[in-house]
Design a binder for this molecule. Structure first.
Ligand code: SF4
Length: 283
């Protein structure tokens, strides 16, 4: 195959949301201050960014390893943490750098208030997602976590319900669940807590995807936000491809002289999209 002479355009709306930017800034600041820094869980669901920070000295630990750390500096990432993590870290005299996103902190407070008001709480989200685990922690792990309608046993839940959402979930799916509960005659208080930094991107991303014959979407395999946004891309453009690293790109995807649109999740660093762009131009 000869040279394809491709051009690229990076979606100006893509890249880290401010919650993630703040967390990374806090991590870099702590490293620069000479701290031996431990991050509880991946700072962002993006292997490339985690590896960049690890080369600068940040170590990523899991929740089991947290119990073994004493007198260290530990960063809690933007997703927020379960109260148990705070207790474990403090009991062992560690210093916490709390990088929980302010939007998530507020959401945690709201869920807590609902709980203290004895409301029955449903959280729409992924049960194993760190943000959802941390949210449920605010209510003694008593919320019902629902990812899809089938997760609800309608006859076993009370008639009065308050429903919240994980911040990076899809608005359409959230309201499908809300409608289902309404049709089942539940008295439901809807707390639409989907982060508009993410959902506001949908219409702009749709427009971006329609502008190019091929779209490369860059995201981490474990990022919820990347999955939701890639869904948006692939509905708009049947030639949209999900990749995590430039090496996953196949030259056969492109035709000579095309202009390729590149977009990414709120957990995708801008430098990685630049790298993807440079790679495509070499094809
Ligand atoms: S997506 Fe929104 S809520 Fe989540 S970390 Fe980013 S700014 Fe915060």
């Amino acid at each position: 195959m000869g040279k394809l002479n491709l051009q690229t355009v990076i979606d100006p709306d893509s890249g880290f949301c401010f919650g993630v930017v703040e967390a990374i800034n806090k991590a870099e600041h702590a490293i620069e201050q000479g701290n031996e820094l431990f991050c509880l869980g991946e700072i962002v669901h993006n292997d490339e960014e985690v590896s960049r920070l690890s080369k600068r000295g940040m170590k990523t630990i899991n929740h089991q390893e947290l119990g073994n750390l004493k007198n260290k500096t530990i960063l809690f990432r933007a997703h927020g943490e379960h109260p148990k993590s705070y207790k474990t870290a403090i009991d062992n005299s560690n210093k916490i750098i709390d990088a929980s996103c302010p939007i998530i902190k507020k959401l945690q407070q709201k869920v807590k208030t609902s709980y203290h008001n004895n409301e029955f709480i449903i959280i729409f989200g992924k049960p194993d997602h760190p943000e959802v685990i941390a949210l449920n922690g605010q209510v003694d792990d008593k919320a019902l976590i629902v990812e899809k309608i089938d997760d609800i046993n309608i006859n076993s839940i009370p008639d009065k319900i308050t429903i919240y959402s994980q911040t990076t979930q899809s608005i359409e799916k959230f309201y499908e669940i809300v409608d289902y509960l309404k049709q089942a005659n539940k008295d439901i208080t809807v707390k639409d807590t989907i982060c508009r930094r993410v959902s506001n991107r949908h219409p702009r991303l749709q427009k971006f995807c329609r502008m190019y014959s091929k779209v490369i979407f860059v995201g981490g395999k474990r990022s919820s936000n990347a999955k939701v946004l890639f869904d948006v891309c692939s509905k708009e453009n049947t030639n949209a491809y999900f990749i995590s690293r430039p090496e996953e790109i196949h030259p056969e995807w492109f035709s000579e002289g095309e202009i390729v649109g590149i977009s990414g999740a709120t957990s995708t660093p801008h430098w990685l999209m630049e790298k993807v762009s440079d790679f495509i131009k070499t094809l």
